[in-house]
Design a binder for this molecule. Structure first.
Ligand SMILES: [Zn+2]
Length: 346
């Protein structure tokens, strides 16, 4: 039986003009043309996003910061930090990016689609309440999670972040909040520097931040191991009502800015584990949102593989094949043991 999978997209996302930056509109154009060329697009339910309101963005961000992003765009754009550049349409793209993840989440909760993928930019997981960081303006996934908690009276949302960077902004948004289990696999040490095992949450949220900092060189086997050994048991214990995924594809071996060795096939295997968790724990309620991923071909094939899993398509195409990097994958046994002890996992 074919699945009803939503793709949230709008050309407004191309209008966040970053020039020659690695996070540019060509990323989404590469994904769209790949989905067209491979015949996947007609299998998807295209969903138009709405803009997030200021009130919705203010669920995570300070109003003064929201106004500042709008003002910088009105003046034609500019650099917000050493990594993050904006143009005159960046504010509009950013409110539609946050709104796109809200739209995807609503479509899943309301049962309009079984699962959804929000193909948005700018990305979000580094943005903190008062500041842009790491190519991110508003924290799209955090805003959508807050919105879902408030508007649908949910009590438990799991956020799985497999971007190669730690989602410091998302962690910060829910650090003391027991209603959101934030779990991240990320290269460590690496940008932005946060995400150590000892960061587990605070106050009532103690234990609902679960960091899996991985040494460079990890590939499909290492990622699958931590999914099976850590993320699956932690998810079962938390028993979420909704799963949101910060899907960054920069752990792919062909990515130009990180040092992991995951293949497109490995991405599909992770997506399969996540989909199985959603089916087992929360009626399949599952929404992905795009974060990083800076090799256009790796990004396009990885997103297609993700969508193939959501659609329950039998074939996964991996035109880039295995890693040509020369790293010996590290042993994760001591790391997994330490994380299990820290989080009292079986
Ligand atoms: Zn990233």
């Amino acid at each position: 039986m074919s699945m009803n999978v939503g793709l949230v997209y709008d050309p407004v996302y191309l209008k966040h003009d970053t020039g020659q930056h690695v996070e540019n509109a060509g990323r989404l154009q590469a994904v769209l043309s790949h989905l067209e060329q491979t015949g996947l697009m007609p299998q998807l339910t295209l969903i138009k996003p709405r803009a997030a309101s200021t009130e919705e963005i203010a669920l995570v961000h300070q109003r003064q910061y929201i106004s500042r992003i709008q003002e910088v765009a009105q003046k034609g754009g500019g650099w917000l930090d050493a990594d993050t550049v904006t143009s005159s349409d960046s504010y509009q793209a950013a409110i539609y990016a946050a709104g796109g993840v809200i739209t995807a989440t609503e479509a899943v909760i309301n049962g309009e689609v079984e699962s959804a993928f929000a193909l948005v930019r700018p990305p979000g997981h580094h943005a903190i309440p008062r500041q842009a960081m790491g190519f991110c303006l508003f924290n799209n996934v955090a805003i959508a999670a807050r919105y879902a908690l408030d508007s649908y009276v949910l009590e438990r949302i799991l956020i799985i972040d497999f971007d190669v960077h730690h989602g410091n902004g998302t962690q910060a948004a829910f650090y003391d909040n027991p209603q959101v289990l934030y779990t991240s696999t990320h290269e460590h040490p690496f940008y932005p520097g946060t995400g150590s095992i000892s960061e587990t949450g605070s106050g009532a949220g103690k234990g609902t931040t679960l960091n899996i900092p991985l040494p460079a060189g990890c590939g499909d086997a290492e990622y699958l191991l931590v999914f099976e050994q850590i993320i699956v048991p932690a998810a079962r214990r938390f028993n979420p009502q909704l799963i949101l995924v910060s899907a960054g594809y920069d752990a792919h071996w062909a990515d130009p800015i990180a040092l992991m060795q995951v293949t497109t096939t490995g991405i599909a295997q992770m997506a399969r584990v996540i989909k199985a968790l959603a089916d087992e724990l929360c009626n399949g309620r599952l929404a992905f949102t795009l974060e990083g991923g800076y090799n256009p071909t790796a990004l396009a094939t990885s997103i297609k593989a993700t969508l193939d899993i959501l659609l329950s398509n039998p074939e996964i195409e991996d035109p880039l094949g295995p890693s040509t990097r020369q790293f010996t994958p590290p042993s994760l046994t001591p790391l997994i043991k330490e994380i299990k002890e820290t989080h009292n996992l079986p």
